[in-house]
Design a binder for this molecule. Structure first.
Ligand SMILES: Cc1ncc(C[n+]2csc(CCOP(=O)(O)OP(=O)(O)O)c2C)c(N)n1
Length: 622
């Protein structure tokens, strides 16, 4: 295999044309083989095989810096930059990340996971280069989906005076699902007008007539470049901003890409190279259904069958709840930032298209847009992954809470999300929202709790976040709980000496630990919170009053979390005198990727670890 001899991008620079063709095939096969096993982003990677090869042939990484937006399409880049031998570890604990990561390789100058950051980072890198007298190039690769995110425009507005900065607009007409909005329609015009085809034809004629790619061809392209551009559109958005524009061109044609990238390299201005690629290219199932194969949990290569959990998920349940509620209440609206499928909104979208709003990958806008709806009496539900909600902190604070408008947040993927890793874990939302006055948080861990929480949210008069985990509820007998409104509890033995307070998916581990402790003679009361803000301290003091040890278990960042809030409140009120308290949460660190079980282990969240810690805690009194 050609790939066996590729350890550095320099190794592909001198390949012959037939060798290059082989390499492209091998790269596609490798990505399909790896992702089928490890899960991950498939379609986006298949679309950028030619682009990645062309980038590494034209530029000199790591001296030239390639910044991948989101980083989900960087698998080919990883393979070509010395990480091929470790590709089998992709997304596994201790293995390669599914995104670009700075400490993984010198070829990843900037890490990502969240969308639309690449141009800002690239402008910063290019500016630093200029200050240092470094003549390296900076290249941002950004999809048309990511182009719906506001930071892109803030960055574009800031790069007209930058040279040696190249922006590749990788336009496949898809975000995760088909792309939305005015900018997307604008790009579509480029691809579909007769002018584009004339350009393509013209391009073909020139390349067809000249057998060898060489200096002469580059010269021709340079001389005719302005002519190409004028053929395309009368007024080009990027040119209006003071940037050079190249394209659109076939981004799955490696030869053409090299030619135009060399052109952009010689340009004295910051340039935008607009390429059109086919998402999923080369694997028929992914080509046909790029949305389905955007991110997969593993699949059978022959049949294309994706390994999906068959159990009903929290996202499914949310979809049911909001669709049922909307049938009765015409004010209910659903808002998504390009995540309709992932958040379970597809049935709502089908049933109430006029009340469904996909605003693109624009979480900050989505929140203020929802606040606008809510200010006019609509019940706006913004369904968003916990991690992406982080983008909209000030919008929740300033545009919803401070305005007193009852926006509802459906925060999906709360807690660890396993293989997607540090950029995607939903472990900050509680601490973030805890700092915002007049805003409530519910953290259901069962469908029943979820219905209860949304019932409260729909009838409330201030912002409410309902946060719930990825996947399905843990299986265990919930009838052991005695419910007292926003919280419930159960005892393992009489006169418990320890109260474990917890919430969310990790509740099951608290119960398993309590069962283990009971066997070793330590009686425990487990208190499960459903509403975690505001916390009902009257009930907490009543339920935990008889115990001399308090243990708070939280699948979230410790600082500013529920444990922090409970500890400071109880201590200020003198409740903790003579008691011991321990908070087991994520202690001021980013947690990487891997199975949730391994991540739980790393954080001390496994039942046996909890039981051992509690045994240690109660030692004094025994
Ligand atoms: C802030 C944020 N919101 C949502 C996502 C989820 N997400 C990952 S990739 C993607 C679509 C990106 O589309 P595009 O940039 O066109 O890249 P493509 O996959 O089509 O190549 C989305 C919405 C994210 N990564 N970051």
């Amino acid at each position: 295999m050609i790939l066996d001899n590729i350890n550095h991008p320099n190794d592909i620079k001198n390949l012959t044309q037939p060798e290059l063709e082989l390499l492209l095939d091998e790269l596609r096969d490798t990505v399909v083989r790896i992702v089928a096993k490890t899960g991950g982003h498939l379609a986006s990677n298949l679309g950028v095989v030619e682009l990645t090869v062309a980038l590494h042939r034209v530029f000199d990484s790591p001296a030239d810096k390639i910044v991948w937006d989101v980083g989900h399409q960087s698998y080919i880049h990883k393979i070509l930059t010395g990480r091929n031998p470790r590709m089998d570890t992709l997304r596994q604990y201790g293995g390669l990340s599914g995104f670009t990561k700075r400490d993984e390789s010198e070829h990843d100058p900037f890490g990502a996971g969240h969308s639309s950051t690449s141009i800002s980072a690239a402008v910063g890198i290019a500016s630093a280069n200029k200050l240092d007298g470094n003549d390296g190039f900076t290249i941002a690769v950004v999809g048309d989906g990511a182009f719906t995110g506001g930071m892109i425009y803030e960055a574009l507005n800031n790069c007209s005076d930058k040279d040696r900065l190249i922006i590749i607009l990788n336009d496949n007409d898809m975000s995760i699902s088909p792309n939305v909005g005015g900018m997307s329609r604008y790009f579509r015009r480029f691809r579909t007008t007769a002018r584009y085809f004339r350009f393509k034809h013209c391009f073909k004629r020139i390349f067809g007539a000249i057998p060898l790619i060489g200096k002469g061809l580059v010269g021709i392209a340079r001389r005719t470049k302005n002519g190409f551009k004028r053929l395309l559109v009368t007024e080009n958005f990027f040119e209006v901003l003071g940037l050079s524009y190249y394209g659109p061109l076939d981004g799955n044609n490696e030869k053409h890409l090299e030619l135009v990238l060399n052109e952009a390299k010689n340009d004295k201005k910051c340039s935008v190279v607009h390429i059109c690629t086919k998402k999923g290219k080369g694997y028929s199932y992914a080509e046909e259904k790029p949305d389905l194969y955007h991110s997969v949990s593993g699949f059978d290569i022959e049949s294309g069958e994706i390994k999906n959990g068959l159990k009903k998920s929290f996202s499914d349940c949310f979809g049911e709840i909001i669709t049922e509620a909307a049938q009765k209440d015409k004010d209910i609206c659903a808002v998504t930032a390009a995540m309709s499928g992932g958040t379970g909104l597809e049935s709502f979208e089908g049933a109430f298209p006029e009340r469904f709003f996909d605003v693109g990958i624009a979480e900050a806008h989505a929140l203020t847009f929802s606040a606008g709806l809510a200010s006019q009496g609509k019940k706006a539900v913004f369904a968003v992954y916990s991690t992406f909600f982080q983008r909209a902190y000030d919008q929740l604070l300033h545009d919803a809470a401070l305005q007193g408008v009852p926006v509802i947040l459906a925060l999906d993927r709360a807690g660890f999300v396993a293989e997607d890793g540090a950029t995607h874990h939903g472990v900050f939302d509680v601490a973030v929202i805890n700092s915002i006055p007049d805003t409530d948080i519910y953290s259901p861990e069962s469908f029943e709790d979820m219905r209860y929480a949304f019932g409260k949210a729909f009838s409330g008069s201030r912002p409410v976040a309902v946060r719930y985990p990825k996947g399905s509820p843990e299986e265990y007998d919930r009838s052991i709980f005695k419910n007292i409104g926003d919280m419930c509890f159960c005892d393992f033995g009489s006169y418990p000496s320890v109260a474990i307070i917890t919430y969310g998916k990790i509740t099951k581990n608290a119960l398993l630990a309590a069962a283990e402790l009971y066997k070793s003679g330590i009686n425990t009361r487990v208190i499960k919170l459903i509403c975690i803000k505001p916390i009902d301290f009257t009930k907490i003091t009543m339920l935990a009053g008889g115990t001399s040890n308090l243990y708070i278990l939280e699948e979230g960042i410790k600082t500013g979390g529920v444990g922090d809030v409970i500890a400071s409140n109880l201590s200020e009120n003198g409740f903790l005198e003579g008691k011991r308290i321990r908070i087991r949460a994520i202690n001021d660190s980013f947690i990487s990727h891997g199975s949730n079980e391994l991540l739980y282990k790393e954080c001390g969240f496994m039942p046996e670890q909890i039981a051992a810690e509690i045994t240690e805690l109660v030692k004094f009194e025994r």
